[in-house]
Design a protein around this ligand. Structure first.
Ligand code: PLP
Length: 836
């Protein structure tokens, strides 16, 4: 393998024209409301208003008006950051699950009250207008929503962080339920236009694909590599503003759209195949057409690798352009001035891509380029599930990205020398740790590439990081213990408390002032109010009002009536076996059976809500949705049952749905098999809004229990160690034999009670529960789950105690603000001084 040794750039690097903006001292309007009002009026006057859609026209006008408000501050933020006074961070993520932007922008810019006043002129309330905004659903679930919460916290903490992502034309599919089954509909979120985005044609870059590599000796005798005859795809940036909480900073989420290069297929033009050549442009534009809808499992499709490289290359080129505009070709400050956070392995091809750009475009030698790359990159791992670990066939990589494959081989060769030095003569270690997995088909292990190329590797909750170090990445931990660190996830309190639960926010602020919005640890002061009867009563009234809102929403979306005097027991998240929605339904069936048997003693009346999307190719998850719907049908149509129990499946769970769900929830279900959920963030949103949690010792539940105390949490189930120990000898039948409740549930399922006219459709599910290879261990945890649920019922029967526990949960949720999480990233990763 030859390597680039040249240390000099062939061409002097000049600042690009877009860098030559100067700071103007634009006066910020002192009466934002007047400006906004005039802006909105202007938008409406100039033709946006169609009568039949008056509300969405007002939404558009308002959004454009709010964006206009941000332009000066946005520009000032950019110009300031282009000076590189503080270290710049690029957060690379294939997913940003942003949801709606209007409410959040108004809150952060302190325009909510003014807007409400303004809208009285149009005789419409703000909530109605907010409902007109389509969710930006550019993500699957937790990982994508984390990226969105991080952007809000980074801007609010005045950090120079840019989000880099893909502007998918179709985001996360819309879920419909037809005859109890999930049906996917394309999410055409851009059809009505996106008022927040700004196309930035002067920052277009070009991304190479295919072609082949050659090398030559330059005049100084160094080997230079050329990647030639490639197809170039244009990456066009669309910027979205990310306003900080009332601090004047407007950060940027830069989303790349793929467009065909004009000379994409000039040869065909010359052959007279004009129409063919133009049609070929679609191939380029396909790259950013659709978000892959897999959560916690890899996909392996060629187009997905194209998306990953497209995002990584475009973003790094953008970063380098900005740097070079200030420092020219002096790269000695690059790693001091830039950090690149990789959100899972999805953008980990950025490691060899940064090497390529530094060597082939900017002329650095290998050692220098590697020093820079490995001091900039930081990798966040999000899962231990083996099916989620990305591996790309070497043959595919070779074909699509030949120069990148060359660089990966060289990274690996040099890395394996280090392994051999640490463990002399241990060929097993070499095979186990190699970035290239050998076998019939060689594959690139993207997680190993990310670890080798990064100075920081972090898990997303204490337990998760511990398991990474002890298991999946143990060899790497032994080699580089200093790289590993934990950064427990968090959620932004602006969206997930202040904006979504205004009643609770008002109550808290009336008693604590408003400092807690900046520093959520102040919420601990709420504990004192558990002794204040009037406060506890108010707390209960807020929950009751929020439950009514949720009940209306559930009815509108599913047709099931929820009764706000009953307990609202909620599990919303992606449908996955490890999250165990099935365990939840089994408990519902158990309660249903008890009710039919007249055994309603000590049973608190409940409304159970389950929602979430299944990956379209995940058959078992889809069957579980069908089961939930069939059980719901039986439960909800029996008037003897509905006073005690109701069940609804909420279609199309997304961010804006969660904003209505978490404020109205009494009981949050966080019941994954121990050791499988990396962190969870839904658990934190519920806790902040005063829900009590029933859950396993998994993910961030562990830390929630540390904060609130185990007496205020309904803990059940096997521990991670017990799950691991039991695996070899697991036999569900022993649990079934011991449990009349579980026998009852299985008998009812086997008897076809929920599928009388659809014989056999749940056989797979029954078999899975009884399978000794059931790695989710449903049967093992069932009885203890029912025991904990009985404790839930008992506490719900004591409303005052329940409300006090609710207050304690909110009071203890401060640790789960993503502001805290981001302070940790900033202090321990992005600003880390020395790299051992
Ligand atoms: C918070 C959130 C998630 C993550 O939920 P988990 O329970 O942590 O899996 C997924 N989807 C949406 C829409 C969310 O808001």
């Amino acid at each position: 393998m030859t390597v680039t040794k040249s240390a000099r750039s062939k061409k002097p690097v000049k600042p690009t024209p877009q860098q030559s903006e100067h700071v103007h001292t634009t006066k910020v309007p002192c009466e934002p409301c007047d400006t906004l009002s005039a802006g909105v009026a202007r938008q409406i006057r100039y033709g946006l208003c169609h009568n039949e859609q008056a509300n969405s026209a007002i939404f558009d006008a308002l959004a454009f008006g709010v964006k206009e408000q941000m332009l000066d501050q946005w520009r000032n933020t950019r110009l300031k950051d282009n000076q590189f006074e503080q270290k710049q961070v690029a957060y690379l993520s294939l997913e940003f699950l942003m949801g709606r932007a209007l409410g959040n922008a108004l809150l952060n810019l302190d325009l909510t009250q003014d807007t409400k006043a303004l809208l009285t002129e149009y005789a419409v309330d703000l909530e109605t207008i907010e409902e007109c905004e389509h969710d930006a659903g550019l993500g699957n679930g937790g990982l994508g929503r984390l990226a969105a919460c991080f952007l809000d916290s980074c801007a609010s903490l005045d950090l120079a962080v840019t989000g880099y992502g893909i502007r998918y034309q179709y985001g996360m599919f819309a879920q419909k339920i037809v005859n109890g089954y999930q049906v996917e509909k394309p999410d055409r979120w851009l059809r009505q236009g996106n008022p927040w985005e700004v196309r930035m044609p002067h920052r277009i870059v070009s991304v190479p694909f295919f072609g082949h590599c050659t090398s030559y000796q330059d005049k100084a005798g160094y080997t230079q590599h050329v990647w030639q005859d490639c197809q170039h795809v244009l990456a066009v940036p669309y910027d979205m503003p990310v306003p900080g909480y009332r601090n004047g900073r407007i950060n940027t989420l830069r989303l790349w759209k793929a467009e065909a290069n004009d000379d994409f297929d000039l040869a065909e033009f010359n052959d007279g195949d004009y129409a063919e050549a133009v049609a070929d442009k679609n191939l380029a534009e396909q790259i950013t057409m659709v978000l892959y809808p897999n959560d916690a499992s890899e996909n392996g499709k060629e187009l997905r690798l194209r998306q990953q490289y497209f995002l990584s290359s475009a973003s790094l080129q953008d970063l380098l352009t900005r740097y070079v505009a200030v420092y020219g070709d002096n790269f000695s400050q690059f790693s001091a001035k830039n950090a690149i956070q990789l959100n899972d392995t999805h953008p980990s091809i950025a490691v060899p891509e940064l090497m390529r750009l530094l060597m082939d475009v900017y002329g650095l030698g290998w050692d220098n380029a590697w020093q820079i790359t490995s001091q900039c990159m930081a990798y966040t791992n999000h899962t231990l599930l083996p099916e989620a670990l990305e591996r790309w066939p070497v043959s595919l990589m070779q074909h699509m990205l030949p120069r990148i494959m060359q660089i990966i081989y060289e990274i690996n060769a040099r890395f394996l020398e280090q392994v051999a030095h640490k463990w002399p003569g241990d060929s097993n270690k070499l095979a186990a740790m190699s970035i290239i997995e050998e076998g019939q088909k060689q594959q690139v292990r993207m997680a190993y590439l990310a670890i080798v190329g990064s100075f920081s590797v972090n898990g997303v909750a204490g337990l998760h990081t511990q398991l990474l170090k002890a298991g999946l990445f143990n060899h790497f931990y032994q080699l580089w213990p200093h790289k590993f660190n934990n950064r427990t996830n968090g959620v932004t309190p602006r969206r997930w408390l202040v904006n979504c639960n205004q009643r609770l926010t008002e109550l808290i602020t009336r008693h604590l002032g408003n400092e807690w919005i900046h520093d959520l640890s102040h919420l601990t002061a709420l504990n004192a109010f558990t002794a204040d009867k009037a406060f506890v009563k108010k707390w209960a009234e807020v929950k009751q009002a929020n439950k009514q809102v949720l009940a209306d929403f559930v009815f509108e979306q599913s047709g099931v009536r929820f009764e706000p005097n009953m307990m609202f027991d909620v599990q919303v998240k992606r449908i996955h076996e490890y999250k165990r929605q099935l365990l939840n339904v089994m408990h519902v069936i158990h309660l249903y059976q008890r009710i039919l048997n007249g055994d309603t003693a000590n049973m608190a009346p409940r409304c159970v809500l389950i929602g979430g999307k299944a990956a379209p190719g995940y058959a078992m998850a889809k069957q579980i949705i069908k089961l939930i719907n069939n059980v719901a049908h039986m439960v909800n149509n029996d008037p003897l049952v509905t006073p005690y129990l109701r069940l609804a499946f909420l279609p199309n769970y997304n961010v804006s749905a969660m904003e209505k769900i978490c404020p109205g929830t009494d009981l949050s279900e966080q019941i994954s098999t121990a050791g499988k959920e990396a962190s969870g963030t839904g658990n934190m949103k519920f806790m902040m809004n005063g829900a009590l949690t029933i859950g396993t010792l998994d993910g961030a539940n562990v830390e929630m229990i540390e904060e609130v105390g185990k007496e205020h949490f309904f803990l059940f189930g096997l521990t991670t160690a017990e799950v691991q120990q039991l695996k070899a000898s697991y036999n569900p039948q022993t649990y079934i034999d011991k449990s009349p409740a579980l026998q009852g549930v299985l008998n009812m399922l086997r008897g076809g009670h929920f599928n009388l006219v659809e014989p056999g459709i749940f056989d797979n599910i029954i078999d899975a529960i009884c399978d000794p290879n059931d790695q989710w261990m449903l049967a093992a945890d069932f009885d203890d789950y029912c025991r904990a649920q009985a404790e839930v019922s008992a506490l719900y029967a004591k409303p005052t105690q329940w409300q006090k526990t609710s207050i304690r949960n909110t009071a203890a949720s401060g640790r789960f603000s993503s502001d805290k999480t981001i302070e940790g990233y900033q202090q321990h990763i992005w600003l880390k001084e020395s790299f051992v």
